[in-house]
Design a protein around this ligand. Structure first.
Ligand code: OOG
Ligand code: NI
Length: 453
């Protein structure tokens, strides 16, 4: 039987494409964005043959064109546990814990994604998944009602549950089952314009927290954005208004001059018509986002990044209406001037993770060498590129969360990290992103050194 099973990465690629097709239909501006990103990426590569050559070593162009992340929000522990099994069918694992209460959003999150280099290069689809923490809704009546609504809903359905079980039992799915799985799984993330509550309740909950209303009041965890990866976010940002899309004025993450981690910007989707038990209303749920990914940082580099970003935010917090955007971007640029800006420096100071590979000279070398990575680099036999950051930044995520709650100022009501509770709901522990990057780096060193024995 097992020879008929489809490899998980193929199911993941097909699923990612199906999601993209669905979202393109649901939110046409997403299609516009995809086209823009593809054009910008192509011209970046045409103008930078060196980058093109380096990309093809690991982070190839096909991968980048296919690459996207989505975000969903779910309402109860059982949904998170089943979600973990659903993504497991596509070899996507829960990586990292994100506490969004530090930004006043009553959720905590993880990212489901492929974890090893080979799987990532085949299809790097990831889904940022947030679980509502109803215990943080302070009004006891409202909280009880939310929990009662969530308690009875089934966002997956029998067919999908059956296929998840089957995949786990036989170690995968065959072609026909994979097709059904993709149709059913995509359906879970579809937009439904019929709310499951009346308008009064929706407005009441929205006044307390718009994200809670987005999770509780609808049939399922509609995908709220899908984000293509661009090689030049500043250029896409500049072009967006020319295509009738208005982005937030602030790019989240490090400044342009600092090629680390993740830079993101989003635009607000149109307010959409909704029916609350037949009564007309509206909801702002879905939006668009683009991102540029650079080097993954070691814990030391990450602490330094956090320290710099905190310094920025002690000086200036980007206003929701974008009124101080230029000033914010300037403070960001100025503050990060002291952060190492070249990969050579970052490698010397042990701030980032790198992937090592043989140069042409290295491949043609036949004499003996000292098997020491620094010497091999010095002698031009080995070169390196940064390992791409595959994860998310909680402060940026908070900025993204607020882009779809425009009229809601972030409150400093609650702050309570609870990784243990989250993992209990998930049914297992989340993986450490640092361990994963470390493994990719170690592996590439071992491979390179193995060549010179
Ligand atoms: C998720 C926001 C986080 C990102 O790119 O940081 C995110 C959400 O709004 O549900 O997707
Ligand atoms: Ni996102």
């Amino acid at each position: 039987m097992s020879e008929n099973l489809i490899p998980p990465h193929k199911i993941r690629t097909r699923f990612s494409r199906a999601m993209s097709l669905m979202y393109r239909e649901e939110v046409p501006a997403y299609g516009t964005l995809l086209d823009m990103v593809r054009d910008v990426n192509m011209s970046v590569l045409e103008n930078d043959p060196e980058l093109k050559k380096k990309l093809s070593e690991s982070d190839n162009l096909e991968r980048i064109t296919e690459e996207r992340h989505g975000a969903i929000r779910i309402g109860k522990a059982e949904e998170l546990a089943t979600m973990s099994r659903l993504f497991g069918v596509m070899n996507m694992k829960a990586v990292s814990y994100y506490d969004l209460t530090q930004a006043g959003v009553p959720v905590h999150s993880t990212c489901f994604r492929p974890i090893d280099g080979d799987e990532l290069s085949k299809s790097p689809f990831r889904v940022f998944t947030s679980l509502l923490r109803t215990e943080l809704i302070t009004d006891p009546e409202l909280r009880k009602k939310c929990e009662a609504i969530l308690e009875i809903r089934d966002i997956f359905g029998d067919e999908l549950r059956y296929l998840i079980d089957k995949a786990e039992k036989q170690g995968g799915l065959d072609d026909e089952d994979s097709d059904t799985f993709i149709v059913e799984a995509t359906h879970v993330f579809k937009w439904h314009e019929d709310a499951v509550v009346d308008k009064d309740f929706y407005l009441q909950l929205k006044a307390i927290d718009p994200r809670a209303a987005d999770i509780v009041c609808f049939k399922g965890p509609h995908i709220n954005h899908l984000t293509p990866r661009t090689l030049d976010i500043d250029e896409v940002q500049r072009q967006m208004p020319l295509h009738g899309i208005n982005p937030k004025n602030v790019i989240e993450g490090p400044p342009q001059s600092c090629p680390v981690l993740l830079r993101q910007t989003s635009f607000k989707a149109l307010t959409e018509p909704v029916k609350f038990h037949g009564v007309e209303g509206e909801h702002t749920a879905r939006f668009g986002e683009i991102e540029q990914r650079s080097a993954a940082l070691r814990p030391e580099g990450r602490s330094l990044y956090d320290e710099f970003l905190n310094k920025v935010r002690e000086t200036i917090i980007p206003a929701i209406d974008g009124s101080n955007a230029d000033e914010y971007m300037q403070v960001l640029e100025d503050t990060f001037k002291a952060f190492p800006s070249t990969y050579e420096e970052m490698r010397k100071e042990n701030l980032a993770y790198f992937q090592y590979f043989l140069t042409e000279k290295g491949k043609n070398h036949h004499g003996t060498v000292t098997r020491n990575i620094n010497n091999l680099i010095r002698d031009g036999l080995v070169d390196y590129i940064p390992i791409v950051y595959e994860d998310f930044l909680p402060v940026s995520a908070a900025g993204i969360f607020s882009s779809n709650a425009s009229d809601h100022e972030t409150k400093d009501l609650f702050k309570s990290s609870s990784q243990e509770e989250f993992e209990k709901a998930l049914g297992h522990e989340v993986l450490s992103e640092f361990d994963l990057y470390e493994a990719i780096e170690k592996n590439s060193i071992a491979k390179v050194l193995g060549y010179f024995r």
